[in-house]
Design a protein around this ligand. Sequence first.
Ligand code: C2E
Ligand code: CA
Ligand code: CA
Ligand code: CA
Length: 280
Amino acid sequence: IKKDGGGTIVSLSQSDQYKLSRTIQIEKRLLEALNQNDLHVMYLPQKDVQTGKITTVEALVRWEDEVLGVISPEELIPIAEETGLINEIGTFMLEKCCEQASIWQSKGFPIKVSYNSSIREFRDKNMVKIIRKMLEKYNCSPETLQIEFTEKFALEAEAEKPIIQQMQKLQADGVSFVLDDFGTGYASLRYLQLLPISQLKVDKSFINSLMQQEKLQHLVLGLIQFGHSLSIRVVAEGVETIDQYQLLKHMGCDAIQGYYVSKPISANEVEALLSKDAKT
Ligand code: C2E
Ligand code: CA
Ligand code: CA
Ligand code: CA
């Protein structure tokens, strides 16, 4: 079979086959995991540069399957988006976000919880209702909920009026929106005008080699000033070193996220950090 250089073809189709069967396995196990409440949430703290305090935590989905092992969000989310199970994951995450936010509120921690959304969830005409209901269920104020969406989402959404309207309704309630992975897509200035955005998150690909590349420094400074000129707060993600932090602070960046602040941690660990903040 391997004659005439056909080996490449054979191995390609094998890897495709493997991918397909893994996708099917993940899809099947995911349904079970959702039913058994097997997913959980880790929180990535975000530090306000001015005050030095944790003001927001981003909720990130985690899944370790007993058969398939750890499935990273990078693998899980695209499959969930394709199969539609993203709506289920979304409801699960939303519930956790509201539940935690209300626990932290009741303990006197003034903290926002940030939720990663997929455009497919906003194509559901009931998204506003779903979110309002969940906020009510946990007696959680809309101001504590933040919703992140990517540039890719924004580009598609700018042509879909019902999505924009749902976002505007939620914004009117007090929910805020974050444009995630800023700078990675095809920048469209139009969606900045159309969509309610209170924060831009500069993608970590810009921050990685920030110290080594002067051009990147100009670029990031430009993004920060660009955001500010639109009255949009700017947060940098993937900040890992004190040098990066200090430079971003110097550039006027409003908030930072990344291993320099903390890795994703459990709700209890978040609380320990917040208690520490409260004492200083
Ligand atoms: P994202 O929203 O850009 O989230 C940031 C990712 O970068 C997270 O990976 C986080 O753990 C990682 N990270 C944070 N700080 C650092 C750092 O200093 N250095 C480096 N190298 N990485 C850092 P994670 O948790 O694997 O999530 C990957 C992506 O999966 C997320 O990217 C988000 O797009 C998606 N995702 C995660 N949870 C959910 C969810 O519940 N729903 C949806 N729709 N998407 C999710
Ligand atoms: Ca995010
Ligand atoms: Ca991001
Ligand atoms: Ca990302």
